[in-house]
Design a binder for this molecule. Structure first.
Ligand code: HDE
Length: 732
């Protein structure tokens, strides 16, 4: 039954409707108050948060007025004696804390980790024993941008997990890329200074497409492998939910018998690994700079809880710490999954959004040295420097050494330390003998036995050594894994890499920088170098290094699989002339698969059929953009009726007569970005208006709406219609 415009007055509903707050789940909240020495008053963790009915000062005095400062007469000067004014303004003046020097912009969530027990042969860590559930908080982040920068920039993403285990807090502070720019932590300020905005004008924000970054990585060729991963689709994830995570370094696990195993940690998203395409990422940065943050929070609020499986690659703890010719201490190298499969050891589910961004996501403090018995570090020279840096940085960021007392950082295990006083000390310690050994406090606290204590060093023989500033020779190969990565990509992914290098180097002003980077590319892959040089209009240099070839690793490609469709977003474009009973049926069919359908119409309010229910419009042509959707269903597309949009071109407003240019843009962008598009009825004319052939890959147009939605779902499971993208080199 064709719909008729609603005769109701303009709706006051929000586009997506207000959301019901979720009921509090105690085990998903910030850790309960466990005062480092036990709270003498038994006050809850949020004792300093708001309570009582009345507005008060910080000292708890009820206030009668917070809107007017105290003045000498209503037009007179403000009086210094107004304590409430001074307290309010002073507190406001100090509301901000320094942002993180890297990874400033992030988004977080609470969740749980349930272990499978499969790791208990190799580690005695209690939270990895069979079927143990541990609360977690995860913070995802970009690296380069400031706290207020955009989400979908080309960058590495942080993936940090805090496990509140019964044995104390364990942090796995990883990235979405398994290799790093540098081999020795002493280079970290150099790479960060080079990648951050230029110090004179402080531009560009949150980008690597500038001279100083490429100057550094072309001079410091160990950075080439990580840079190649950044130039691939991994640098622009579709969502935090669709990223892999990696511990990067090799860690050492210790089991109950004291036996050791070297491991690399992997997080595998149940949602699949999926990225944006570059133009899409750029549009989103303008349309919705909070895209990733919103996506994570919305999914959790909608009950589509993202999940990752934690896995390990395990290697024998040999004297040389090499595996298949790969130095396990070199953080610029990864181990292909074909050589060492990732063995699942547990499942993480993120199921609650933070209550307060500042208290939780901003104040959380991670540290690779927060380890539990059974997990130990190795001599990776990058990791060794991180062990120093993270504690140090929290002291300036969180204003002193007591940041572990902040609710989000409080361990769930009992804390009984001898650390005392300092800025922001909130514990009231009792006793007189915070030293060891003592006899005055009954000798307490006691020492744990070697079998259960943390930081029990695995006896490791250090070869007779001299003090020196030098890398081992095995760190000298800077190109073979970059080549391995590039050659493991499908032609479409290779083309994206070529485009990314051409874009980034095209933004560099210095010819010498571009030339030097082309020389590095020549050592990675001659075809890659040639295609980028062609795009830049520069000569093609030859290789200068003899680089060994390795077997490609198909596991590195993001294409070729099928993935769950739950949580994906589909825009349904309809108008007053659409058959709304079919629109409602399409919505229901999508929802039954956990897909989120959003109704897009010319203007807000409702679309209402004569004898059917009113459908709430969730996006209008003005507020919608293709980038919000993983697929489109076109069943309308007419411009708004002239009386609905006063001042607009009346001729274009005849329902069904003209395809609105914003719908044409939506369809053509979705097509360019490889998204599935379904259409029936007048929606088919949108395809024509956008110049989209109805028989193109990923297009499901037809007279049978019942067939369109299932076909669309199948296409969604492959993420994009990859056939629409050019193969390597062909688009340069
Ligand atoms: Fe970090 N890094 N990093 N990093 N890093 C920080 O700590 C540092 C490195 C990573 O969500 C800082 O609390 C050094 C590798 C993540 O709060 C700081 C070196 C990997 C986060 C710091 C590295 C990471 C950080 C800044 C070289 C992947 C965000 C704020 C030796 C395995 C954590 C802070 C969050 C944050 C130093 C290298 C991941 C300054 C010196 C390799 C995900 O301490």
């Amino acid at each position: 039954m064709p719909g008729a415009p609603s005769s109701e007055p303009a709706s006051v509903e929000e586009p997506t409707g207000p959301r019901e707050p979720l009921p509090p789940k105690p085990d998903q909240q910030a850790p309960e108050a466990v005062s480092p020495t036990g709270s003498p008053t038994g006050a809850p963790a949020n004792a300093r948060a708001q309570s009582g009915q009345y507005l008060t000062t910080a000292q708890g005095l009820r206030l009668a007025d917070t809107d007017h400062s105290l003045k000498a007469g209503s037009r007179g000067p403000t009086l210094l004696q107004d304590h409430h004014l001074r307290e309010k303004i002073t507190h406001f003046d100090h509301e901000r804390i320094p942002e993180r020097v890297v990874h400033a912009r992030g988004a977080g969530a609470h969740g749980v980790f349930r272990s499978y027990g499969t790791a208990s042969k190799v580690t005695k860590a209690g939270f990895l024993a069979a079927d143990v559930e541990t609360p977690v908080f995860v913070r995802f982040s970009t690296v380069l941008g400031s706290r207020g920068s955009a989400d979908t920039v080309r960058d590495t993403r942080g993936f940090s997990t805090k496990f509140y285990t019964d044995e104390g807090t364990y942090d796995l502070v990883g990235n979405n890329i398994p290799v790093f720019f540098i081999q020795d932590g002493i280079k970290f300020p150099d790479i960060v200074h080079a990648a951050k905005p230029h110090p004179d004008r402080e531009i560009p924000q949150a980008q690597s497409a500038h001279d100083t970054f490429w100057d550094f990585v072309s001079l410091h060729t160990e950075a080439q492998a990580h840079t190649l991963w950044n130039m691939s689709d991994r640098g622009i994830p579709r969502s935090y939910r669709t990223m892999e995570g990696f511990g990067v370094h090799t860690f050492r696990l210790v089991n109950a018998d004291g036996e050791t195993t070297l491991v690399k940690f992997h997080w595998k998203p149940k949602q699949g690994v999926h990225s944006l395409v570059w133009e899409e990422a750029q549009i989103i940065n303008g349309m919705d700079p909070d895209f990733h943050r919103r996506d994570l929070a919305d999914a959790i609020e909608a009950g589509a809880y993202p999940q990752w499986e934690l896995g390990i690659q395990a290697f024998p703890d040999t004297e040389d710490q090499m595996f298949e010719g790969i130095d396990l201490l070199d953080p610029t190298k990864f181990v292909p999954e074909e050589l060492a499969p990732v063995q699942p050891i547990g499942l993480m589910t993120l199921n609650a959004n933070p209550t307060n961004y500042f208290a939780e996501t901003e104040q959380i403090a991670f540290h690779p040295g927060h380890l539990v018995p059974g997990i130990d570090v190795t001599n990776d020279p990058l990791l060794q420097v991180r062990l120093f840096s993270y504690l140090d940085t929290q002291i300036s960021r969180l204003g002193g050494p007591n940041f572990a007392q902040l609710p989000i950082n409080r361990p769930h295990a009992p804390v009984n330390d001898m650390l005392r006083d300092g800025m922001h000390q909130t514990a009231v310690h009792s006793g007189v003998a915070p030293y060891h050994p003592n006899s005055l406090d009954g000798g307490c606290p006691f020492m744990a036995g070697q079998d259960v204590g943390a930081f029990v060093e695995v006896p490791e023989e250090i070869a007779e050594a001299i003090k020196e500033r030098r890398n081992p020779a095995s760190f000298d190969d800077h190109y073979s894994q970059a080549r391995l990565f590039f050659r493991s990509m499908t032609p479409v992914e290779q083309d994206h890499i070529i485009q990314a290098y051409t874009f980034e180097l095209g933004k560099c002003y210095e010819a010498a920088v571009r030339e030097r980077q082309l020389m590095a590319l020549a050592n990675i892959d001659a075809g890659l170098c040639e295609a980028v040089a062609k795009g830049l209009g520069m000569p093609v240099p030859g290789a200068t290094v003899d680089v060994p070839d390795s077997e490609p690793s198909p596991a590195l490609s993001q294409l070729g699989g099928t993935w769950p469709v739950a949580g994906r977003v589909v825009g349904i474009v309809a108008d007053a002339g659409s058959d709304l009973s079919l629109v409602a049926a399409a919505r229901e069919a999508l929802e039954s698969e956990g897909i989120v359908p959003l109704l897009v119409a010319p203007v807000g309010g409702h679309l209402r059929a004569d004898d059917g229910p009113a459908l709430t419009v969730q996006r209008t042509y003005l507020t919608a953009r293709s980038t919000e959707f993983d697929a489109l269903v076109l069943v309308g597309g007419a411009s708004p009726a002239p009386d609905a949009m006063p001042g607009r071109d009346a001729k274009a407003g005849e329902p069904g007569a003209t395809v609105d240019p914003r719908v044409v843009l939506m369809a053509s962008e979705a097509f360019r970005h490889g998204k599935a598009i379904g259409a029936w009825g007048s929606g088919a004319s949108c395809l024509d208006a956008a110049g989209i052939p109805q028989d193109a890959p990923g297009i499901v147009a037809g007279d049978d709406p019942g067939a369109v939605i299932p076909a669309l779902q199948e296409l969604l499971s492959t993420h994009r219609a990859w056939e629409r993208f050019p193969a390597a080199g062909t688009s340069a």
